[in-house]
Design a protein around this ligand. Sequence first.
Ligand code: DAH
Length: 339
Amino acid sequence: MREQLEKIKEEALKQIEASDALERLNDIRVAYLGKKGELTSVLKSMKDVSPEERPKVGQMVNEARALIEAKLEETKNVLARKAREEQMKREVIDVTLPAEKGNVGHSHPNTIALEEVERIFVGMGYEVVEGPEVEHDLYNFEKLNIPANHPAKDEQDTFYINKEIVLRTQTSPVQVRTMEQGKLPIRMIAPGRVFRSDEVDATHSPSFHQIEGLVIDKNITFADLKGTLAEFARELFGPETKVKFRPHHFPFTEPSAEVDVTCFKCGGKGCRFCKGSGWIEILGCGMVHPHVLEMSGIDPEEYSGFAFGVGLERIALLKYEIDDMRLLYENDIRFLKQF
Ligand code: DAH
């Protein structure tokens, strides 16, 4: 038995010495000192030892256990220290290295263009207001002089929540919402997302953005509209920019016009950018229809005003010379970083 104990002890110490990981030490502890461990089984066989010998053997077992435990503890400390040192080495920070550049995001071209448009109009005393993207058919169509059977409603086919509620097809309903508040005069722009059931291509998307503009006051004339939009175009595209008003039809303005600007790429001579015409269309506008004023509780005998609607993507595409609208929605950082 004495020999057996010696052997167990030696074997345990050898194994402890040879172990190079903390987990391994635990295995050894279990194998020798655990409930089913080797040393424990020696204790269990004490019944075969003569009564006189028992205390001695018992003492030997205890000594062996103490020794193994001490060795385990010591080795554990050594290994733990080594592991810590290695970790410190791995995680050493060289404060002299150049700092890693933080990955800062980048404003979307739409956002840059919108901020520019807002800057121009706020500079002219306009307020920036917002309206809901989910809108009543009443505001999106009826109160803008587009009754149920009007063909303009077809052109702006949209997504219906139910019969009375739609995803707005234009930011023009914000005109109605602003007028209905009854605070006059009005000088506002209303940027926001709009929706149409259009297929995606280089110039269309089922969801895009517009910026609405509305001015209502006494004695507002078409001259005010012209002057304002000419100034806007010069600010946005450069001081040489000229504007052209082409007669058009919108149900909520009368008279109505579409506005073209001289191509800022060729200065009006005609190029690939303006498809040879020298002009680029940028927005729709007109004098607010008296019936629209009336429906919003404003007396058209006393007040008049003008309105306009700009496609934000259109401005961004033109200003930054982007030839495919889809690029604006893909959020590829390599693309966005260029502006
Ligand atoms: N809402 C029109 C559209 O989406 C654009 C527009 C035209 C807005 C004339 C106006 C306006 O305010 O006066 O096509």
